[in-house]
Design a protein around this ligand. Sequence first.
Ligand SMILES: *Cc1c(COP(=O)(O)O)cnc(C)c1O
Length: 428
Amino acid sequence: MKEKMKLEQWKDWKWQRKNLIKDVDSVEKMLGVKFEEEEKESIRKTIEKFPMAITPYYLSLIDPLNYKEDPVFKQAFPNPEELSISSCDMKDPLSEDTDSPVTGITHRYPDRVLFHVSNVCAMYCRHCTRKRKVGDTDNIPSREELEKGIEYIKEHPEVRDVLLSGGDPLMLSDEYLDWILSQVSSIPHVEVIRIGSRIPVVLPYRITDALIEVFKKYENLWLNTHFNHPNEITDTAKKSLKKLSLAGIPLGNQSVLLRDVNDCPRIQKKLVQKLVQNRVRPYYLYQCDLSEGLEHFRTSVGKGIEIMESLRGHTSGFSVPTYVIDAPGGGGKIPVMPNYLISWSANKVILRNYEGVITTYKVPDNHTSNSCDLECKECNLQLDIDNAEEYKAVGVYKLLTDYEEEITLTPENLERRERSENGYGEIG
Ligand SMILES: *Cc1c(COP(=O)(O)O)cnc(C)c1O
């Protein structure tokens, strides 16, 4: 009877939250391990700067016999190396705060925004890119604050995709989440809503039937989660993923490449294969950001490319994530991959496949590309896109179009150009 009570408690996400593990002594007790006194002191110092919080569930995944090498331990337990600041570390490497037109909104790409709806996380990941914010504002933004974000989206008809992020949006109550989802989905130009959440990994019991009922009301809802290692895909995590997928929610996964946690082609292959087995599509593999205190987690970019080389062609195409570097300074995600295009001429491209076979693809001789002036009515492709008149090319794509005049993209304050403007004629 008592055992049954305990199990019920364990599976109650609110109990898990109330019993978060926040100090070294509790970790010792729960794992049955002992740290050296000196070690404990440096861990305590680390916690003073970057707090610790681990759900009992996530802690239970650690192998106590080999905890120092355990991938879950490394993602959850403070490492004194977090205190060593590297010369390239930045407080807000992705410029999320500077790219924010109103509190809570980051508007970086033309048609989508990031909407920070919660400052609370189920647990604190040691590799958090928003480490600067962890713990110091563990509160939930008020309705009034969120209403300003919602107002911003309403006033920007170009926003067709809203990413709810945080913190973890699933730390909000069902009712509050329902309110946010209903507000955002009632905006006519919002076509897609996505939730980014680590809950299925660190607190899967939060995926309750009641929450699923809320989600089912929103037919344009997607969810991206954050599994980094195959050990995290437990039976409990699988159950929560199954609930989500049966509710019709397309699931994706964004993982971070972490030194000595998952920077191994074999671990990554196992991870993506287990994900797709549970109907989760690997979406992004992130190069670790330049946030303060993450230096010891960072790998070379070559390691990431090696992992991509080991996946593409070797396993199902839909198991292969896109490896990206989130550009410091707010440039957004930049895909990085091995080179498959080896060379080209006027009528041929030379490619290589995953096996190293080099092959040629011949371009059609008679292919005269139809120059596009956006006059779709006259085009033999009979393309009729919504708002075709407003179609505006930006970025590198702009250089490819026939209807834009630009032939170069030039950074502002280019010294070469400033010289030319001082009397040496025009340069691009
Ligand atoms: C990642 C991100 C997005 C979404 O990018 P996708 O490539 O569409 O997934 C949007 N806004 C910001 C600020 C982001 O960091």
